[in-house]
Design a protein around this ligand. Sequence first.
Ligand SMILES: *Cc1c(COP(=O)(O)O)cnc(C)c1O
Length: 489
Amino acid sequence: MNNRLYGNLIFELSHTGRRGYSLPRNEYKHNTSELASGLRRESDVELPECDELTVVRHYTNLSHNNFGVNDGFYPLGSCTMKYNPIINEEIAAMPAFAAAHPLQPVKYSQGMLRIYYELQKSLSELAGLSEFTLNPCAGAHGELTGLMVIRSYHESRGDTARTKVLIPDSAHGTNPASAAVCGLEVVEVKSLSDGTVDVDHLRQLLDSIGSEVAAMMMTNPNTLGIFEPRVLDITSMVHEAGGLMYYDGANLNPLLGACRPGDMGFDVMHINLHKTFSTPHGGGGPGSGPVGVRKGLEQFLPMPKVVKATSNNETELVIEWEQGCGTSIGTFFGNFGVIIKAYTYILSLGKENIKYVGPLATLNATYIKEKLKDVYELPINGLSKHEFVFDGLKDKSTGVTTMDVAKRLLDYGYHAPTIYFPLLFHESLMIEPTESESLETIDGFISVMRKIAEEALADPDMVKTAPHTTPIGRVDDVLAAKQAVLTYK
Ligand SMILES: *Cc1c(COP(=O)(O)O)cnc(C)c1O
């Protein structure tokens, strides 16, 4: 940052009485406030007072301190930070979409309802399931919705003993969190040393608590990027015990064009539109986590749903608002902007090209893995799909950790991969390039990762004190979390 003036807090740039613009004086005499005096503030709010140009520069400069997919390579495993094509934004920003009101008459909403309807259908087709709701607003929100669908299904059969959810120890943290929020008890299923589900352990669990199992939550390829070879055994074992199979489809990339959760025996799933179908995400949103179900579970999905209705020989799209698994879980139609972007993404790839998404995501990840595995520790040397995990540098003698490698990457203009997750290894470094990166970008990343491995040997202290080029160096994460300072004094 060459201009420190704009690196400060906006409060520090404040000068009493300074204004961005001035409003004409109120010539009307009715200056009375409608708020009762007891409800009014006794003193003014302490807001920063700045001229407009200072505000614009302040926020523009702050935004340059951020790193996004549009700045550079962002190989964050389990997050699918793929390129968001510009056409997605242009279409979502069209006034007819951006300014639409959720309560505007159906007659004037046919175009939007068609997008909704066709995305419901496309996702069902891609997932091999019967029906999707587009209502939930994030992946975790979808998980909660899906678990509510599962609970409603069991309750509808009068089976109230099913209060447990089986979750592999490699699962994404939102899985157990969503189960707990849904009032269900989490039971962990162990992984084998190759990272796949320990089917013998699953068998033992089902033998002892099978009649209490509401569902098993899984993702496949799993969090280590490995396709579960015994997925069909797993789904049929859980079904035999009376439970349902939930598929965490946050990162559906590797499957697109290759196989479908419905065909593997999953009953309920969510998809993160904001990962699999582009849309920039991070910092809390915006997201969309549609939930799909197999045939026979449709009535448990939350509303709204867009359906075709024919009267007087005319077909029209209408909205059904009746309740499914309890209540509509998001407001109105969910995050409609994200829905439009996903729809645009699917249409612009088309049926001919969408089938390359999975294979290319897998090829890119595998290429990186093979080019780096002589200098980074590969704990599981099996076939992997769209992402994989290293366990830090191969040469551990230098004391250079995964954290150090991640920080040093920033100096070279790359966002770090996911670090210290999954928890199965001490120095996890989880890399997911996505299908949208070019060979040159990927080769650039590989050469920087190799360079850092060399630096770790030649000058470990330099790597341990990285980053050296960013506006701030290392923050004390623990202190920041334990003693969060959230207000300006
Ligand atoms: C991102 C992710 C989630 C959660 O999605 P959010 O939109 O962040 O709530 C769940 N599972 C997996 C595997 C993920 O990668």
